[in-house]
Design a protein around this ligand. Structure first.
Ligand code: NDP
Length: 240
């Protein structure tokens, strides 16, 4: 039976690779995105995967967005909470707005989206939720109290929801990428990035499809016994 999947922030970067990996695994995929219409159009044209625009930090918009996907494709079996943003700055320069925006998109988005799909998954007795965390949520990162807190929160959210889903065939896991060569990382100053890469034992940035393969693994039927865990894919940058 073909599963229906939603990938938030699915039209570029890691999300795009996740959409393709889930499609390859036989799923019918819907990609959500936040604002870049041009990229979304190109994505749909290239991959034949529909793209839906809504802001994951807006609770009601998530409920309406998921309802549209259900109308178009059917009940959602797989949710990948991938949409994320950074608004970096040291504490002395970080504004309340920078803090709130990052928490609302990266962490609030996970709640908003899970709220829309979890009841149906539970009722139908099958579901997969994968939340994209970060090595910086595990280890912390200078200049990222907002992002590290949001990503760290994702790991707690994952473990709590996993306990609620376990008896109903719904697994909930987190995947914590290291530094991956997307536009998000392209925004990091070159000298800072060079220092970060120097600390990665594998000696390079990761590729989006290396993350996507991990997501597809967690979303497979065979993943039924993996829940509440965090899969770290980071070139050995952080081990614990
Ligand atoms: P990109 O910046 O390349 O892409 C981000 C995606 O999220 C885009 O599709 C964007 O949509 C979407 N998005 C942003 N804000 C919203 C919103 N409010 N509502 C809906 N969609 C939104 O990011 P990456 O691919 O690099 O990152 C993907 C995930 O992986 C993020 O959660 C990130 O934190 C995490 N991660 C990334 C790492 C990396 O090194 N790249 C490392 C560790 C974790 P649009 O195109 O419309 O703007």
């Amino acid at each position: 039976m073909g599963r229906i999947a939603i990938v938030t922030g699915g039209t570029r970067g890691i999300g795009e690779a996740i959409c393709l990996a889930l499609k390859d695994a036989g799923m019918t995929v819907a990609a959500n995105y936040g604002g870049n219409d041009e990229k979304a159009r190109a994505f749909t044209e290239e991959h034949g995967i529909p793209a839906y625009k809504w802001d994951v930090s807006d609770h009601e918009a998530c409920q309406r967005g998921v309802a549209r996907v259900v109308d178009d494709l059917g009940p959602v079996d797989v949710l990948v909470n991938n949409a994320g943003i950074t608004r970096d700055g040291i504490m002395l320069k970080m504004t309340y707005e920078m803090w709130k925006e990052v928490i609302d998109v990266n962490l609030g988005g996970c709640f908003n989206m899970a709220k829309a799909v979890f009841p149906g998954m539970r009722e139908r007795g099958w579901g997969r939720i994968v939340n994209i965390g970060s090595v910086n949520g595990q280890a912390g990162q200078y200049g990222q109290v907002n992002y590290a807190a949001a990503k760290s929160g994702i790991h707690g959210f994952t473990k709590a929801l996993a306990q609620e889903g376990a008896k109903f065939g719904v697994t909930v896991n987190a995947l914590a990428p290291g530094y991956i060569d997307t536009e998000m990382v392209a925004a990091v100053p070159q000298d800072v990035l060079a220092k970060i890469v120097a600390r990665v034992p594998v000696g390079r940035l990761g590729h989006a499809d290396e993350i996507a393969r991990g997501v597809a693994f967690l979303c497979a039927d065979e993943g039924a016994f993996i829940t509440g865990s965090t899969l770290s894919i980071n070139g050995g940058q952080h081990m614990y």
